[in-house]
Ligand binder design. Sequence first.
Ligand code: TRP
Ligand code: SF4
Length: 328
Amino acid sequence: MTKKRILSGMRPTGKLHIGHLSVLHNWINLQDEYECYFMVADWHALTTSFDETEGIEQSIFDMVVDWLAVGLDPEKCALFIQSNVKQHAELFLLFSMMTPLSWLERVPTYKDQIDSFKEKGKDIRTYGFLGYPLLQSADILLYQASAVPVGEDQLPHIEMTREIARRFNFMYKEQIFPEPKGLLGKTKLLPGIDGRKMSKSYKNEISISASKDEIWEKVRMMTTDPARIHKDDPGHPEVCTVFKYQQIYNEDEVAGLEEICRKGEIGCFKCKKILAGKLDEMIAPIREKREALADDPQKVYDIIREGNKRAEQRAQETMELVHKQMNI
Ligand code: TRP
Ligand code: SF4
């Protein structure tokens, strides 16, 4: 029996942070059940960073190393680079001929992103940025994927992909494209160390490969209950970032910690030490695997080359069907 296919991707933001782990675990859990394609979306990165491409090769490499270190298995899934599989560009172009402009203009993130870049003094109202969700639709449909494991923020893009699939199938009289579903993992939203969304741009992230010292440095800076001045002041864990982390990474002890925090029987320093220990336990194996891979870059490049090849073969199969239906 042939397996169903999934495709997913991430923009190359360089080394990943622990907020990415829940999506990655979602990918890893699907490796056996599906034929998997995982892609570095470097063209998507260009839609907003077209003027800052100098670090991109390193970012791609670092991200693939993190994928492998966390546990994606290149024997089971094709790990590849979007820009190395030119069929993505071709399908994007063909879709662009049949996609009403209004579909792209009404994507909820479109105007929001333009505004937030404008605040930073950057105008991203380009043709390419408008096409961001359409390029993503091409990424997915190129593999005739039936599902796409992503975070919740990506669901509007999956919905758009379903509409494109329907339109193409209807227009060219053949059910070439399945309508893919979004597969959400059990995402626990992880705040950054200052309590805001974890993001490199806020510098509030903890890297997937942080050293023991770096972990402590980040945990030491975490925001806690501001009402606690002395270590025996009663605490309010519900407003504390350290506590949110304890809930996720220290399930065994969290109930006890909550109780002694409320009674003022533990100081924040000690509570942070406990958390840092837990995070180090989680990160240490990833860090070790990462170091071994980073010492052998050739191996990583070989994995990518092989992934590109597998992706391209599969992509070409779809393009042949597309050509036939479109008479070109
Ligand atoms: N837009 C996705 C993100 O920012 C990245 C992406 C590009 C993607 N192409 C994709 C995700 C295809 C899933 C499927 O995270
Ligand atoms: Fe937060 Fe722990 Fe301090 Fe309580 S003791 S406020 S949970 S850091």
